[in-house]
Design a protein around this ligand. Structure first.
Ligand SMILES: Cc1ncc(COP(=O)(O)O)c(C=O)c1O
Length: 409
């Protein structure tokens, strides 16, 4: 076939290689001090617990079941463990409210498929998780800005804009805690405002809780789903769809995440999962269950200690080395710090020079904006920060930003 482009369906139009994922491929050089990769530190994975769990399963009576097809809803004992986990977060629910998915990324794809028709509007924060934009893009939405911390867009204005664009407001999506990319958390009042807004618009609200377990300080805020359950008198009346994952706590490689929501939504997602991949890998769900019951609490406590130390190291280095005109977030958890560069500076040009002259890498912020804005922002990740080299990396970056600021002035 000589030209594939005109054979692809319209939905493939916006499927492009992610600037960030392409970039990360280039950063595998040993002498680079990298703040780019926003992934868990592999040296912290509970390897031994996983190896014991696989060994136990494959050498015991459950081996046949672990290697067999299973139900689309997911492994019941794991869903029961998650019922207790969600109850501890203030969300009373039952296994009928839980679907196991292959990472929360799969949930985002399914939710896009379930709620978005071409031309519909998805309300997303600016900036937002790039993977959510990638998942939703396949369903050809337009985006409008969700700004729960102070916004003058009214439900009426959202509706009018969506209608003018030929669709309806179909969903809202955000990461309320330690967001990727900014590290910021929205407070309880903003969560309540979001519930008011989505109730007024009568749309589902997707709560991406990927980093929920990684809080290093500050007061926990109830999940939006917990606030919704309180208002709605029971999970089956809620509009919030909670996406959780074991990727940031136990391991992303097994691809085990979950959706917790009203039973009618879960039932529809189960049908979608049947059509898509039948079920998430049986053995990985069995293993995740074994590891979670034995190790989840102690392991996440250990992760919090390590990541907290790395966050503090980066925040101290930023305070020491960043020039005037630069500002950054002070996250209470997660893996990211979001830096706003001096006016007129471009994060992508900074990266090119940072790699070439300073051997330092990070991710430019523009890719996280649905509308292509945010050129003067960058994302720093501290999850993989080398505790010996991180301060030096920030010092080099600070010097380069000063030089570039002087060039612009
Ligand atoms: C905010 C957010 N949501 C979802 C995901 C997807 O995670 P997973 O599919 O591994 O659960 C990520 C991964 O980086 C993320 O940062």
């Amino acid at each position: 076939m000589s030209n594939w482009e005109d054979k692809f369906a319209a939905r493939a139009e916006r499927m492009r290689a992610s600037e960030i994922r392409e970039l990360l491929k280039l950063l595998d050089q040993p002498d680079i001090i990298s703040f780019a990769g926003g992934i868990p530190d592999p040296t912290l994975f509970p390897n031994r617990a996983f190896s014991e769990a696989y060994e136990d399963l494959l050498s015991g009576d459950a081996a046949g079941a672990a290697l067999q097809y299973s139900v689309s809803e997911g492994y019941l004992p794991l869903r029961e463990w998650l019922v207790d986990h969600m109850a501890a977060l203030g969300v009373p629910c039952s296994p009928e409210n839980i679907l196991i998915v292959s990472g929360s990324q799969q949930a985002l794809d399914y939710l896009g498929k379930l709620f978005l028709s071409p031309g519909d509007t998805a309300l997303v924060a600016r900036p937002t998780y790039l993977g959510a934009l990638q998942a939703f893009n396949a369903y050809e939405p337009r985006y409008d800005r969700l700004a729960p911390e102070g916004d003058n867009m009214t439900p009426h204005a959202y509706r009018e804009a969506a209608r003018d664009a030929g669709g309806r407001v179909a969903l809202a999506y955000l990461t309320p805690e330690f967001s990727n990319p900014t590290g910021e958390t929205i407070d309880r009042a903003a969560r309540e405002r979001l519930l008011d807004l989505t109730a007024d618009l009568d749309i589902p609200l997707i709560e991406d809780a990927a980093y929920q377990a990684l809080r290093y300080d500050g007061q926990p805020v109830p999940p939006i789903l917990a606030l919704d359950v309180e208002r709605s008198r029971g999970i089956d009346n809620t509009r919030t769809i909670y996406c959780g994952t074991f990727s940031k706590t136990l391991s992303p490689g097994l691809r085990v995440g979950w959706v917790c929501a009203a039973a009618p939504v879960i039932r529809k997602l189960v049908l979608m999962k049947q059509a898509s991949d039948l079920h998430s890998p049986t053995i990985n769900q069995f293993v995740m269950h074994k590891v979670a019951i034995r190790h989840y609490d102690a392991h996440t406590a250990r992760l919090r200690d390590t990541y907290r130390r790395r966050r503090d190291l980066l925040l101290d280095a930023l305070a020491q080395h960043m020039p005037q005109g630069t500002s950054w977030t002070k996250p209470e958890g997660g893996m990211f710090i979001w830096v706003t560069l001096p006016e007129g500076m471009d994060g992508a040009s900074l990266l090119a020079r940072a790699i070439e002259t300073e051997k330092v890498a990070f991710v430019p912020g523009k890719a996280f904006h649905a509308d292509g804005s945010g050129a003067n922002t960058i994302r720093l990740s501290f999850s993989l920060a080398d505790e010996h080299a991180a301060a030096e990396g920030i010092a080099r970056l600070g010097r380069l930003i000063s030089r570039m600021a002087a060039e612009i002035a």
